[in-house]
Design a protein around this ligand. Structure first.
Ligand code: MGD
Ligand code: MGD
Ligand code: SF4
Ligand code: MO
Length: 903
């Protein structure tokens, strides 16, 4: 436990909120941090609980055997060295992560591109930000985000394109809401094929067709041109290729009416958006994965940037295109150069850059060509071209598209090294060498958020076992490899500070260029100044990134100082889908659906850090597929059944519980990306996704793939609770005795919970036998209910475990039953168990204050005319991060409607 309050940064999303670790172990928002001013979202608020991970990886393991660090490092450098000798540097690969700290990233990049001599190092940021990066480089000449959070306070119009900000960047959304409160004229437009909680709160929601963004934004450009709403001075002074853009935009299908028809967006709504964009003095267009994760992702981003360039709504306070970063240090990774198509510090592979980087690193084997991007990298692994792969802080067996192929690749590879904080990931399963990494709070280093603000993550606890920081492992291997290669070591780093100073010094090669990334004044930062570092954005002198370093006038780091108006081609893949909800089209049983995937409010990625926290697990308890209720009805799919989601080409199949979401259009299905491994069994959405990518960025199209959806034949739906999560009794049992088609475990209230479904109809005797095998001394008690039956294992008059089974598709609730485990068997407890296994859900609405649907309904029954404020004063719901406010308001509105109906 820390002796004094320690300031750090949240390790989840790219908002980059500051946190303060109190001496009693509480973790709260840092009031002084520029990003969040003290607020935290539900994930940030649960950071203290996240530290209590049940399954840390504690020691290095080589081929399944525990090993000391020195031998492990030797084994890795031996393998790297022999691979380079026998097959050349290109046979070595690394796949890293936007969750690494800048120092980790820097050493990984230096090792691969300077010493191994291969650029086959790519990162999960390829799946996340690479379309935005490519678009920035095409338009500005450098990967620059020209907006900061404070700009939100000066905008007249905020456009959110392809992002569910209220859930995924909640503190940015909170700032947007605060800006709206302060300025009632500020309008919010959301462009998303789903009516998300973010869209619900907008002044205008354009529910466009999947991948219709280029068409929509080119339509906007056409409107701006036709109505004389462009800034001709700005265009003439600061942009290239205006004529080429005009030529494209003159095509008839960019006329408002044509765009409206093609995208099935009401023409009046479309015109309203266009008018607002044209007439607003300051516009910010915030975008994320609905833009980036597409086969036209880079073009989408450029189309958005074009709208700002044509109107001069850029390079000034309150205006600009704002790519929001996903991971906490996606930006830092881009800065050091962790993408395969960058060399280092915003430099590419031109001869001048290669020479300067080689000289700075004293690199014996500088890479001279871009390397393989993530999808191609794993293809090369599968083909046997890459024989050594080191995966750090990412879980590609879950998060890469076509995850079955990724697993084959990992299986095929001669040597897979995985560094992680836990061995319980789908990727770690394939590791020949496992390295225990120190996690958040156990190590220190720099992260850069969406607005280029650099904050230090600080250490406040000791790493468990022999876990070590990632930069340390990489440096040790680097040193050992240099020795074997007989070259001077480039890895004599004694601390993170040494690494940071070297990185800062390296950015000096950009000093006399137009590139903006230059933090070289920090090259001599003392250890104590590094320790005391306060959050600060670069450029460190506060200059706008689109202003000239000397004259402070608008300037872009291109060959002539002007921004490029890139002609964005209309997406070739606009699907002929009718999403007009008033006239739903007929859907045949086998009709292909379009699968959209993304995030839930309360989970982080593949769940390794959040899956075990019971209140975060409560909002989506099993792999779930969402459809519009009418569309599901037409396809004869009933709520709560388990469906098969199958890719028509690969025939890979995911099973998920069916739930309804009226915010979806009629052929759109949505599934979250989180389910994996110990939590989701074999049911991860990426089994149904092919690795289709954007041609410029190589970013996979996770938001739009055709799938088939059919009801699975299920005989039994069940829920099992054991006494001890670590014993994993039920999971063991399920794997040993019956072939469950869908399993899922969480530690709801620190109990292991398994939900399952099976083709078979289980008999009570069958399950009773299973229980008795697991608990030989137990008595088994049977409770019959209308839709289900429950068997309780009793030892010494206490309930030690239970299995509830139903032949109809009910979602059995665990939270209500868990409290009775380990409790004495009495009538009151029995009745409560019986009541809570009747399949009625009690949804968790506010995760921060753990307010459920029934809490809210109960309050509203007591006082039907309650205002939002009054409800919040009683229950606190929505008072912290506010992500649940739309839902809370819905309950209030329903209440009002009921009251009106009664009157
Ligand atoms: N709770 C939570 N928050 C997170 C994360 C997390 O795991 N959990 N991860 C972080 C990371 S790494 C990232 S990258 C961000 C992602 O943040 P977001 O991009 O906001 O999140 P997503 O849920 O991936 O989806 C974005 C939206 O794009 C929409 N969309 C799909 N197709 C299209 C299209 O063709 N056009 C348009 N305009 N929209 C489309 C989807 O319907 C969805 O609502 O979230 C970060 N924050
Ligand atoms: N279908 C679909 N797939 C997607 C997406 C989508 O929207 N839809 N989104 C994509 C996007 S944007 C992203 S960013 C990716 C995210 O996907 P991943 O990066 O694969 O997901 P994480 O679960 O964050 O993986 C991080 C891993 O690092 C480990 N870890 C945590 N801390 C440390 C540490 O300090 N050191 C080390 N060495 N390891 C650590 C964690 O335990 C975990 O196993 O998923 C992508 N995949
Ligand atoms: S908004 Fe992002 S950075 Fe801030 S607390 Fe939430 S997850 Fe952490
Ligand atoms: Mo991401």
């Amino acid at each position: 436990m820390a002796k004094e309050c320690i300031k750090s940064a949240c390790p989840y999303c790219g908002v980059g909120c500051g946190v303060e670790v109190k001496t009693n172990g509480d973790i709260v928002g840092d009031n002084a941090h520029p990003a969040n001013g003290g607020a935290l979202c539900v994930k940030g608020s649960a950071l203290a609980e996240s530290l209590n991970m049940p399954s840390r990886l504690l020691y290095p393991r080589v081929n399944g055997q525990q090993m000391d660090w020195q031998s492990t490092i030797d084994a890795i450098s031996d393998k790297m060295y022999s691979t380079i000798k026998e097959h050349g540097p290109q046979a070595v690969g690394m796949y890293v992560s936007g969750q690494l700290l800048t120092e980790d990233y820097y050493v990984a990049n230096k090792l691969m591109k300077g010493f191994v001599g291969s650029s086959n190092i790519d990162t999960n940021s390829r799946l996340c930000m690479s379309s935005a990066v490519a678009a920035h480089v095409r338009a500005f000449g450098e990967d620059l985000v020209p907006v900061d959070y404070d700009d939100l306070n000066f905008a007249d119009l905020i456009v959110i394109v392809g992002a569910n900000t209220a859930w995924t960047h909640p503190i940015v959304f909170r700032r947007i809401q605060q800006a709206r409160e302060a300025n009632p004229n500020l309008k919010l437009v959301v462009i998303d094929p789903r009516k998300t909680v973010t869209a619900e709160q907008a002044d205008l929601h354009l529910q466009l067709e999947n991948d219709g963004d280029v068409l929509l934004f080119n339509g906007l450009l056409r409107y701006l041109l036709d109505t004389g709403s462009i800034d001709t001075d700005f265009i003439a002074k600061y942009t290239n290729d205006f004529d080429a853009l005009c030529k494209e935009i003159a095509k008839p299908h960019y006329e408002l009416q044509a765009v409206s028809e093609a995208l099935t967006i009401n023409a009046t709504l479309l015109r309203t958006f266009f008018q607002w964009f044209a007439s607003s003095e300051n516009v910010i267009s915030l975008f994320c994965q609905g833009v980036n994760q597409s086969q036209s992702g880079t073009d989408k981003a450029n189309a958005i940037i074009n709208a700002h360039l044509l109107t001069g709504k850029i390079a000034k306070e309150g205006s600009g295109p704002f790519s929001i970063t996903g991971q906490p240090n996606a930006m830092g990774g881009r800065e050091v150069g962790g993408l395969a198509n960058q060399l280092a510090v915003h430099r590419g592979f031109d001869p001048d850059s290669v020479q300067q980087v080689a000289q700075f690193w004293n690199a014996p084997n500088i890479a001279t060509q871009p390397g393989l991007k993530a999808v191609d990298l794993f293809n090369a692994v599968e083909q046997g071209e890459i024989k050594f792969l080191w995966v750090i802080a990412t879980n590609p067996a879950v998060s890469m598209p076509n995850s079955e192929q990724i697993r084959k690749a990992l299986q095929t590879c001669d040597c897979v090294v995985v560094s992680d904080i836990t061995a319980q990931t789908d990727t770690a399963y394939y590791a020949d060498i496992l390295l225990p990494a120190a996690g958040w709070g156990e190590k220190q280093g720099m992260v850069t958020n969406s607005e280029r603000c650099m904050t230090r993550q600080r250490q406040f606890i000791q790493p468990p076992g022999e876990a070590k920081a990632d930069w340390w492992m990489l440096s040790q291997v680097g040193k050992s490899l240099c020795e074997k290669m007989g070259v001077p070591s480039g890895f004599e780093f004694h601390s993170e500070m040494d690494v940071f100073r070297e990185y800062a010094a390296m950015t000096e090669i950009n000093k006399n260029t137009s590139l903006q990334l230059d933090i070289s004044e920090l090259k001599s930062l003392s250890d104590s100044a590094y320790r005391a570092w306060q959050p600060k954005a670069w450029p460190l002198n506060g200059r706008h990134v689109l202003k000239d370093k000397h004259t402070e006038t608008v300037a872009f780091p291109t060959h002539n100082g002007k921004a490029n108006l890139v002609v964005a081609c209309e997406a070739s893949s606009i699907k002929p889908i009718d999403s007009n909800q008033a006239n739903p089209i007929q859907i045949s049983e086998n009709q292909q659906w379009w699968l959209n995937s993304g995030r839930q409010r309360d989970q982080w990625h593949t769940m390794t850090r959040t899956g075990h926290i019971s209140h975060l697990a409560a909002s989506e308890v099993e792999p779930t597929l969402y459809l519009h209720p009418l569309a599901a009805e037409q396809a004869k799919l009933k709520a709560n059944v388990i469906v098969d989601v199958t890719h028509p080409q690969t025939k890979e199949n995911v099973k998920a519980r069916l739930a309804f979401d009226e915010g979806l259009s009629h052929q759109q299905a949505f599934m979250s990306m989180h389910w994996a491994g110990v939590f989701g069994g074999n049911n991860r959405v990426n089994k149904s996704m092919l690795g289709l990518v954007d041609p410029y960025s190589g970013q996979p199209a996770f938001k739009s793939q055709y799938v088939e959806i059919q009801a699975a034949e299920i005989g039994s739906y069940g829920l099992a609770l054991g006494i001890d999560l670590s014993a994993q009794r039920w999971q063991y049992m399920s794997l040993q005795h019956v072939e469950f088609t869908q399993t899922r475990s969480t530690s709801e209230q620190n109990q292991g919970v398994w939900r399952f479904a099976d083709f078979e109809c289980f008999s009570k005797n069958e399950i009773k036998e299973l229980i008795q095998k697991q608990f030989p001394n137990s008595q088994v008690l049977t409770l019959d209910h209308l839709k289900s039956w429950t068997l309780l294992a009793i030892i010494d008059s206490k309930i030690v475990a239970m299995i509830s089974v139903s032949s109809s598709p009910v979602v059995l609730q665990a939270d209500a039953v868990i409290p009775f485990i380990k409790q004495p068997l009495n009538i009151a407890n029995l009745l409560s168990v019986l009541n809570s296994t009747d399949g009625k859900a009690n949804k968790l609405v506010c995760s921060c204050y753990r307010v459920t649907e029934s809490d809210i309904v109960e309050q509203l029954e007591k006082a039907p005319n309650m205002s939002l404020r009054e409800l919040q004063n009683t229950l606190n719901c929505g008072k912290n991060c506010g992500s649940c406010l739309p839902e809370v308001k819905r309950y209030l509105n329903e209440q009002t409607i009921e009251v009106m109906a009664v009157k």
